[in-house]
Ligand binder design. Structure first.
Ligand code: CA
Length: 505
């Protein structure tokens, strides 16, 4: 027995030595911070070609790090994109993971293995500060006036300070520790897709459809013109929660302030911070100090706000001496969209089309938010890790869904059986050692249309299947499905295989 015990101890010791344990002196694994934009397109960042929106802080991260040109979020809308990144599983595998309604319950179940779970198991402290949009609670109605459970804590985030859905949906409040922040119990929150009458308690807000004069800031279309809070109408109606309301123009500052407090508190041990800002999602109403800082109206100014937020987090890391020990990633959850439910005066043309004013939100790519074409998912992606990641540009094909598998490899951790089925070890790609990246990735729209990228090829299945050779046709204009039937068939079969078994099998 003694011998077995000794051998076991030795085994444990060797295992501990083999992986960089957080407790091991001098072997602290790097912090990981994901600065995540909302609807930020490939062409919205200066270093990616934007001439009309200054983004000096993101450009600086790109200069100090590795800038990807063919990195993709998993989906062309918020909810499935975030779902896929955090679970390592393409969202189309789980029905009901399209854009989440204001009352959506938690889409990632508590028993799932997630990206924050991975970090937690490796000894990290974890937090999400920003826009959530992955559902909350497991009962209806969501317990806005009590304890929301499950909250992000159930899927591996030690701390959360979130805007629960999106800034164009009610309730316009923050949730932290499973509670609505600053809620007056005498003014309970109720939300509904239908107008709420006098029989429902709580502060009443103007109805944007019947009282359009209340929409003083950025008028919404019919869908977005339900309850008006802070002079801006939202999707769905709300009563109550007046003391808890956020102000659109303060959201960026609120998130940065919270991140500052959290980093200060947790700086002495490895941490993972997921920082998904609400910029540049509609309604775009950044702080006044950003107004006019771009040449593209409020959408461009919201992008300047996002750049500021990224810079503020970078400054916090520097202030605490964490620059060298932190991997900073800048990304986006889907491609660009211009006017989208609000007349914010930005643009009315589709993001994929040439603007009169020369801005291309999707860069040279076709489509944007909601689209299966490259502009829907090919988004800015930058990795900075001073001294470890050589600055430069990488044309490697990469999917955000592979973050879990990649960090699992870096931290010498295993992904449990049956979890993360689309998440592979691409750590060498992420850190710039592999400049080719994945041979194949899957991407999807909100409504589960799925496409495959194989090297330079793009295959979109369906009755009118599409095949593009991006090496010659970056704008996905010439469908080669009839000219290259062999390739189309090969990719169609490949797609069936991966749809069924997962990319990581
Ligand atoms: Ca989004």
């Amino acid at each position: 027995m003694m011998r077995i015990a000794c051998l076991t101890s030795l085994f444990i010791l060797l295992t501990l030595c083999a992986s960089a344990q957080p407790d091991e002196p001098g072997k602290r694994p790097p912090n990981v911070v994901i600065l995540y934009g909302d609807d930020v397109g490939f062409g919205d960042v200066g270093v990616y070609g934007s001439k009309m929106i200054p983004t000096p802080r993101i450009d600086a991260l790109a200069a100090q790090g590795l800038r990807f040109t063919d990195a993709h979020c998993a989906a062309a809308t918020c909810t499935p994109s975030r779902y896929s990144m955090l679970t390592g599983e393409m969202a189309f595998r789980q029905p009901g993971t399209g854009i989440a309604a204001p009352n959506s319950n938690s889409l990632i179940k508590a028993n799932r293995f997630t990206l924050p779970d991975l970090f937690k198991q490796a000894g990290y402290t974890t937090a999400v500060i920003g826009k959530w949009h992955l559902g909350l609670d497991d009962e209806q109605p969501i317990q806005w006036n009590g304890t929301i459970d499950p909250s992000p804590e159930a899927i591996g985030f030690d701390h959360h300070f979130i805007l629960p859905t999106t800034n164009d949906r009610v309730p316009s409040v923050y949730v932290s520790g499973g509670k609505v922040l600053n809620l007056d119990p005498n003014d309970p929150i109720t939300i509904s897709p239908k107008p709420l009458g006098d029989d429902v308690p709580g502060t009443a807000y103007p109805n944007g459809r019947t009282n359009p004069e209340a929409m003083t800031k950025t008028p919404g279309d019919h869908q977005h013109a339900c309850s008006v809070t802070n002079g801006i109408s939202r999707i769905w109606f709300m009563k109550g929660g007046k003391s808890a309301l956020w102000k659109d123009e303060d959201i960026a500052d609120d998130f940065v302030a919270e991140a500052g407090k959290w980093i200060e508190k947790n700086k002495d041990k490895p941490f993972f911070l997921f920082f998904p800002t609400s910029d540049i999602h509609v309604p775009r109403y950044p702080h006044k100090r950003f107004w006019g800082k771009s040449e593209l109206g409020l959408r461009g100014d919201a992008m300047v706000s996002f750049d500021w937020s990224c810079g503020a987090i970078v400054d916090l890391l520097e202030k605490h001496g964490l620059t060298e020990s932190t991997i900073v990633i800048v990304g986006s959850d889907n491609g660009p969209v211009y006017d989208d439910g609000y007349k914010d005066g930005t643009e009315t043309k589709k993001a994929s089309k040439a603007s009169d004013r020369g801005h291309f939100g999707a860069g040279q790519y076709r489509g944007g938010k909601y689209s299966i074409y490259e502009g829907g998912t090919r988004t800015p992606f930058i990795v900075r890790w001073p001294g470890k990641v050589e600055p430069g540009v990488s044309d490697a094909l990469f999917s955000q869904t592979d973050l879990m598998g990649s960090f699992a490899a870096m931290l010498d951790r295993d992904i449990p059986e049956g979890e993360g089925m689309d998440s592979r070890d691409e750590i060498d790609t992420l850190l710039g050692k592999d400049k080719v990246g994945s041979e194949v990735i899957l991407v999807q729209t909100n409504n589960s249309k799925v496409a495959l990228r194989y090297k330079q090829w793009k295959y979109i299945p369906g009755k009118n299947a599409e095949l593009y050779d991006l090496s010659k046709d970056i704008g996905e204009k010439n469908n080669l499905v009839n000219q290259q039937p062999g390739m189309a068939q090969k990719l169609g079969e490949m797609m069936q295989t991966y749809r069924k078994q997962g990319l990581a099998e």
